[in-house]
Design a protein around this ligand. Sequence first.
Ligand SMILES: Nc1ncnc2c1ncn2[C@@H]1O[C@H](COP(=O)(O)OP(=O)(O)O)[C@@H](O)[C@H]1O
Ligand SMILES: [Mg+2]
Length: 475
Amino acid sequence: MFKRLPGDEARNLVSTTPDTAVVFRPAVVSTPAILTIVLLVFRMLAGLVRTIWRHPIACAIPVALGAAWCVYGWPASASLLGTVVLLLISWAFLDRPSFSRLVGYRLLAWWRFVWVYRRHWQPVMTVSGLGRHIRGRDYLPVLGKVTCTSWADQVTVRMLKGQAVKDWTDRLDHLAQGFGATSCRVSLVKAGQLMLTFPRNDPLSQPLPALPVHEEPTVGPVEIGKREDGQPWRLKVHGTHVLVAGATGAGKGSIIWSVIRSLLPAAQAGLVELWAVDPKLMELSYGRDLFGSRYAATPEECVDLLDEAVCVMQKRAARFAGLQRSHTPTIEDPFVLVVVDEVAFLTAYQSDRQLRQRISSALATLTTQGRAVGVGVLAALQDPRKEVMNIRNLFPDKIALRLDESEQVDMVLGDGARDRGALADHISPVPELGAGVGYVRLEASPEPVRVRAAYVTDADIHAMVDAYGPYGQAA
Ligand SMILES: Nc1ncnc2c1ncn2[C@@H]1O[C@H](COP(=O)(O)OP(=O)(O)O)[C@@H](O)[C@H]1O
Ligand SMILES: [Mg+2]
């Protein structure tokens, strides 16, 4: 209970070896017991006041029960307790969301704080090397508040003075294993304070069926799946370019088709044109009627289609020059989305050097100048290395699905993404568990967010062609 003070270390300084030259014994002043007791009582009182201040309701309940016992006897107290429990249970049955928000998750957070985080804090910090043992004293990062959401525990931590965020991001696995979670994410709240996120369950473990098509035409951020926190995942496609990187079978097709699906009403209204470049002849050919004449498969056709897109873009740029700086989709000037599957087939694995150069320069022109005039590129790629795709940085938004190597994660999402928890190389290769799962960086936040795209089946694509095919052709 009493802390070991530095003075107690004196015995370690005194050497009994005969040939030691200097024997040093510092003066040890022993504190009178009364002072220690006063200090401990004061600390206890301060702790009590702090607890009452922070958790007034949780403190009031036992006090009220105790008071009822004293004044009216135990049966009154027991029936009061029974009534409270009954009320809470009926609340939980009647309105689960509000009960969870106001009571359930708070109780769970308290329990997780006491049973998981505070209990294991000292050993996990010491063993993982985040705490320090200096001159007989333990210095540990301070465990702050625990908050529970529907899918994760969020734990705030005050770092030790002199620690860096990197010290923590290097030990994600220690933290996850130490507190019994499958993974851990670290984010900076403010200087010196971190938030650790430990998922309790995975809302993305089941494949998501294709989302219903909203009848209202929109090019705004389109809903294509679910985020780890249960919110819809909306992807911006107009006014940006998106690169999807993922190994074979990672589910790149589900992102492409979910985007196409959600843009169909706008395509029907004439506000969007979908152009498809499908060098592998696998993915987009399935719904080629949606693209009409804007579908290319052989390298020659692909380069012609990309050149045509560049042409549309340049004509628009000439018309818009000096008049408008951003694009609003209209029937005269629709948003053109060029979807390119397996872009490396055109840029890296293409044997004809001239074709390869034409394709690379068309893609580079589109991605550097297309944004403001309403021409966007959505490209899918297996291998994000620079040799394969030297213009990957021209895509402002990138999505990392399952990748083969850990170094590839930062190539896609930018430096430090994997350290911050984007473990795209750990996504399961089993399609039911991991296909369509990936990490994105949302605007205005460096933290990667785990997402899963909805799976558009072949039957869904057939239904889309039946419902929207003619309009795709007209576009
Ligand atoms: N979002 C998803 N959810 C569940 N399963 C998926 C999803 N996307 C793809 N799959 C499964 O994974 C397989 C491979 O997907 P595909 O899109 O062809 O991969 P890629 O184009 O990345 O090689 C599909 O046949 C399908 O069974
Ligand atoms: Mg594919």
